[in-house]
Ligand binder design. Structure first.
Ligand SMILES: [Zn+2]
Length: 266
C-alpha cells in the first residue's frame, strides 16, 4: 500500500511542480516591472495578444507552438520552459531525498524544501536580470528557515550559529571590500540571503554553501573577464551563485559533510 501512496505523491509532485513553475514565470516577468500578478491574463509581450488557456499549458504548449507566439510568431524566451522544468525537477529531487510517509517531520521538511527551491528560482532570475532581491522573498525564506530548524533533525544551536555566521561573514566581507573599492561590492540583499540561508542550513552546511558559491562565482567571473576584457566597475549579480549553492547544499550537504568528516577523523 505504501508503494501506491509514494507513486501518487510522486506524480502529484511532478504535475504541481510544473504548474507552480509556470506561475514562477509570471512572477519573474511581472514583479520587477511593477505589474499585478493577478491581472491581466497572460499575454504575448510583443503583440499583446492574450494567450488562450490551451496555449498556456506548461511545457506542452511551448513544444506544440515551437516556442513561438501563435498570433505574431515572435520567439518565446526559452526561459519559460527552463523555469517550468527546473521547478519540477527540483521538487522531484526533494521528494526522493526527503519524503518519508512514516515521519511527519520529513513530510513538512519536503514541503519546505519545495517552496525554498521555487523561491530560489525566482531570486535567481530576477537578480540575474535586474540585480535586485526583493525583501518579500527573504521573508518567505526566513519563515521556511524557522520551519527547517525544527524539522531537519539538526540541532537548534547549529542553525542559530549558522544565522549569526551568515550575517557576520557577509558584513565583514562587504565592509572591507567596500573600504578597498569605495563602493558596495555585495548588495544588502545578498547579506540578508546569506543570513537566512545560514539559519536554514545550519553553520556546517552554510560553510559548504559559501565555498560552492564563491568558487563558482570566481570561475565564472574569470571566464567573463577573459572574454570581455577587464571592465572596471562593472557589477555582477551574486545571488544566482548563492541560490544554486543553497539548493545544492540543502540537497546534498549532509552526506558530503559526513563523508568529509569521516576522512578527517579516520
Ligand atoms: Zn505575439
Amino acid at each position: 500500500m505504501d508503494g501506491y501512496y509514494y507513486t501518487v505523491v510522486c506524480i502529484l509532485t511532478a504535475l504541481l511542480g510544473l504548474c507552480v513553475g509556470s506561475f514562477l514565470n509570471v512572477v519573474i516577468y511581472r514583479l520587477p516591472n511593477n505589474m499585478s500578478l493577478a491581472k491581466p491574463a497572460s499575454h504575448c509581450p510583443k503583440c499583446n495578444k492574450e494567450i488562450k488557456w490551451y496555449d498556456n499549458i506548461p511545457v506542452i504548449s511551448y513544444i506544440i507552438l515551437g516556442g513561438k507566439c501563435r498570433n505574431c510568431g515572435d520567439k518565446i524566451s526559452p526561459r519559460y520552459i527552463f523555469v517550468e522544468l527546473s521547478n519540477m525537477l527540483l521538487w522531484l529531487v526533494s521528494f526522493f531525498l526527503f519524503f518519508d510517509l512514516s515521519s511527519v517531520y520529513s513530510i513538512i521538511y519536503f514541503a519546505t524544501a519545495c517552496i525554498a527551491c521555487s523561491v530560489c528560482i525566482i531570486i535567481f532570475f530576477i537578480d540575474l536580470e535586474h540585480m535586485i532581491i526583493f525583501d518579500r522573498f527573504q521573508i518567505i525564506l526566513l519563515v521556511l528557515a524557522v520551519v527547517a530548524t525544527f524539522t531537519d533533525g539538526d540541532s537548534y544551536l547549529t542553525h542559530g550559529i549558522g544565522f549569526v555566521a551568515g550575517f557576520a561573514v557577509f558584513f565583514v566581507v562587504s565592509f572591507f571590500v567596500g573600504k578597498a573599492t569605495k563602493k558596495d561590492s555585495l548588495g544588502g540583499g545578498d547579506i540578508k540571503f546569506a543570513a537566512v540561508a545560514g539559519l536554514f542550513l545550519g553553520w556546517k552546511r552554510f560553510i559548504l554553501m559559501m565555498l560552492v558559491a564563491s568558487i563558482s562565482a570566481s570561475i565564472v567571473l574569470m571566464i567573463q573577464r577573459n572574454k570581455n576584457g577587464d571592465e572596471k566597475g562593472k557589477e555582477y549579480p551574486f545571488a544566482p551563485f548563492l541560490t544554486v549553492a543553497f539548493v545544492l547544499t540543502m540537497f546534498f550537504g549532509m552526506p558530503i559533510i559526513s563523508w568529509y568528516s569521516g576522512i578527517l577523523l579516520g
